[in-house]
Design a protein around this ligand. Structure first.
Ligand code: UN1
Length: 481
């Protein structure tokens, strides 16, 4: 890694080497060790929380212009290093290079956006209902924020949690996913180089059940923002609520893409292909349920399977790769077990879905398309988080909409149609936090709200100006002459 210091925690402005370390392995080549990263303890978390608490009075009282300038300096470093950081992300997580560079760029955009937000932490002023009294609603930071981030967007998701936390004057204890510590480390290096005061952001590498849990339990942490699985999210929520800490959860999806008979079929196949299989399907916004009007079902399956089986699966660092490896051995065996479950069901056809060998040992898996399965089968209900999608028939638009909404999740929902009436209806009645018309369910902008309904999200939205709802609290001030 170019210009990267030794893997370490960053606490109170100091890089602290590991006492115990764990290897960070490239999923495209298991012989390639990215680094040995700290496996921290609850005592490390206590130090990080104490540093964040000590830093809070100074940072929260700092000039918003200083916070804006600092975040802008981070954005500038990220923009200048998108190729390098994209290459690191591809190596560490297995995201194909083109997508990895795009993610690094997205992280830069997010820091730039929140640099501006530091200067827009506005309140409101109005007259009281009582004559002569005035009311101001002020926005203030919440305090110390625990950031728990996943491996699937190891630059962008930390960016969209850390940047608003700091912009609005909070201090942070950041625990990245254990599978992607190097991306977190380079991000924190950029913040350190930008001149962040000691303690304003602390990085503690390690396991969720040790470091993550210690953060969530710590009385010194006022709010926790988490992206990851619904099972882990539920545990975090109960711990946080038990001690009245603020909590924001972004969890799974089982996102529907409705494809109507009046669609532009080439475009719809493109949308389904990208939504289901790019990023190896490892996105909470992936299109895992393709709901196709019966009139075009067979042709859709035919065209999608041709495109899908032609996808180049390989080493994420090779620019010709379209689908990288699955992130880890555990995730590969999860994906394969769901695929095997589908294969064992009577009448179900699974196209693709076999583990692959490449010139280096890695977690390669052919994209899989499950055809003619029961929508209520376990693999069609639970989030798989791999390159696996199911296709269902619906006789009418109404049936397609009902099937689309028949899920415990509600993150993103898509429709491919040329009918303005159907698109408008779907925009209104899709039970999801995000709706995509003639676009993949995955792939979101950095400056607008992100989040879902039902079991996908809990708490206020992330990103855009909506982020201030979680990262600030209001104070209502009444003034009489
Ligand atoms: C996207 O689809 O562009 O974990 C972003 C995830 C989401 C981010 C998806 N929180 O996949």
């Amino acid at each position: 890694m170019n210009d990267v210091i030794e893997p370490a925690n960053y606490i109170d402005g100091e890089w602290i080497a590991a006492r115990e370390a764990v290897a960070d392995i490239n999923p495209s080549d298991l012989n390639d060790v990215v680094g040995e990263f700290p496996r921290s303890t609850a005592a490390d978390v206590d130090r990080a929380v104490a540093a964040a608490r000590d830093a809070f009075p100074g940072w929260s009282a700092s000039s918003p212009q200083d916070r804006a300038d600092l975040l802008e300096r981070v954005a500038a470093q990220l923009y200048a290093r998108v190729d390098e950081f994209g290459a690191l992300l591809a190596r560490e997580e297995g995201k194909p290079l083109r997508e990895a560079v795009a993610e690094a760029t997205r992280a830069a955009q997010i820091f730039r956006f929140f640099s501006g937000e530091a200067l827009r932490m506005t309140g409101t002023h109005q007259d009281s209902t009582r004559a002569g009294v005035e009311v101001d609603v002020l926005r203030e930071p919440i305090g110390v924020v625990g950031v728990l981030s996943p491996w699937n967007f190891p630059l962008a998701i930390p960016a969209w949690k850390v940047a608003p936390a700091l912009a609005y004057g909070n201090t942070v204890v950041f625990k990245p996913a254990e599978l992607t510590p190097a991306c977190a480390q380079v991000l924190v290096e950029c913040l350190a180089k930008a001149g962040l005061p000691p303690g304003a952001l602390n990085l503690v590498h390690g396991q969720g059940r040790v470091v993550g849990e210690a953060i969530v339990r710590s009385e010194g942490v006022d709010a926790v923002t988490f992206t990851g699985s619904d099972a882990v999210g539920a545990g975090i929520a109960s711990l946080a609520v038990a001690r009245q800490a603020r909590v924001q959860l972004e969890m799974g999806g089982k996102n529907p893409l409705v494809v109507l008979a009046d669609c532009d079929l080439d475009k719809a196949v493109d949308v389904a292909l990208g939504g289901a299989y790019f990023s190896t399907g490892q996105r909470c916004t992936a299109s895992s349920r393709l709901i196709v009007e019966s009139a075009i079902h067979d042709e859709f399956v035919e065209r999608l399977s041709v495109r899908m089986t032609a996808l180049v699966v390989g080493d994420a660092r090779d620019p010709s790769t379209q689908v990288g490896p699955v992130v880890s051995e555990g995730q590969l065996s999860t994906d394969v077990s769901y695929i095997e479950m589908a294969r064992a069901d009577r009448g179900v056809t699974v196209i693709g879905g076999r583990p692959l060998e490449r010139s280096t040992p890695g977690y390669y898996l052919e994209p899989a398309l499950i055809v003619e399965s029961d929508p209520s089968a376990t693999y069609n209900v639970e989030e798989i988080f791999g390159p696996v999608a199911s296709v269902f028939q619906a006789a009418t638009y109404d049936e397609a909409l009902a099937l689309a909404n028949d899920t415990q999740f509600g993150l993103s929902a898509g429709i491919c149609t040329t009918s303005l009436a159907k698109a408008s209806h779907f925009r209104k009645y899709a039970a999801a936090g995000m709706v995509m018309v003639n676009l993949p369910t995955a792939g979101v902008d950095p400056h607008v709200p992100f989040g879902g309904r039902k079991g996908s999200s809990y708490g206020p939205r992330e990103q855009g100006t909506a982020a201030r709802e979680f990262f600030t609290t209001t104070k209502t001030v009444y003034t009489a002459p």
